[in-house]
Ligand binder design. Sequence first.
Ligand code: ADP
Ligand code: MG
Length: 258
Amino acid sequence: MKNKPIEHIINREETVIAIHGLYKSFGELNVLNGIDLRLYRGENIAVLGKSGSGKSVLIKIIAGLLKPDQGEVIVLGKQVDQLQGKEMDALRLHIGFSFQNSALYDSMNVYQNLAFPLTMNIKNLSRKQVDYAVEEALDAVGLKDKIKELPAELSGGQRKRIGIARTLILKPEIMLYDEPTAGLDPISCAEINALIIEVQQRYKTSSVIITHDLTCAKNTCDRIAMLIDGKFFKVGKFDEIFSSDNKQVKDFFTYNFI
Ligand code: ADP
Ligand code: MG
């Protein structure tokens, strides 16, 4: 597996996601209770936290799929909580969302799954341009030979990689990964972790990676954000969080290191 990306990829002069005082509840359930976060260009941040702690809600808010109750969420200079319609659609083109279940269309083959978001969002592309874009994205995930397969013919790890290729087709600046290694065997996990770094380097993406996989967090992310009771307990280097005395942090690390 590739090592962590070199520091110089990160540009600390440029913030791609800035979140201030973010709150989100569903009825009586307070999920996010004052989140602050800054993601620099080129950086990968892992969001860790128990099931149900609000990780998916957080990245859905970043992607503009859910509205916050309170707070400011600025993505690539745009205040997403205020954007609507076409402006939101335009921003979304720069955000790749890798869903937990890969969300591929079962009846479409790999080529069609990848071509679909491209032709939906960019009009008047020639067949040659679409073919080239599909091949480029498949090459990035190392699955050029699967172009004609149906999702059902792929392994779980391959489906994840095709799902990631589909988000890469629009050359996003930001990648949001929701549990990219969940349910995969250790070898497929390692392949996805290597791919996350490959994507960061090849596409110069900045990413938020929700994960339970501590190897993934340690090897693919520059900083870790630990979500506890709706807030980030700390955002820092893996070792800094790992060595914390906080009981909930300790429990999280103990139960996830099996
Ligand atoms: P996780 O950290 O496991 O990703 P989620 O962000 O999915 O957790 O969910 C956090 C909490 O918010 C959970 O209790 C979940 O049931 C609740 N929740 C998430 N989305 C909604 C929704 N659209 N409506 C009501 N409750 C929701
Ligand atoms: Mg989730």
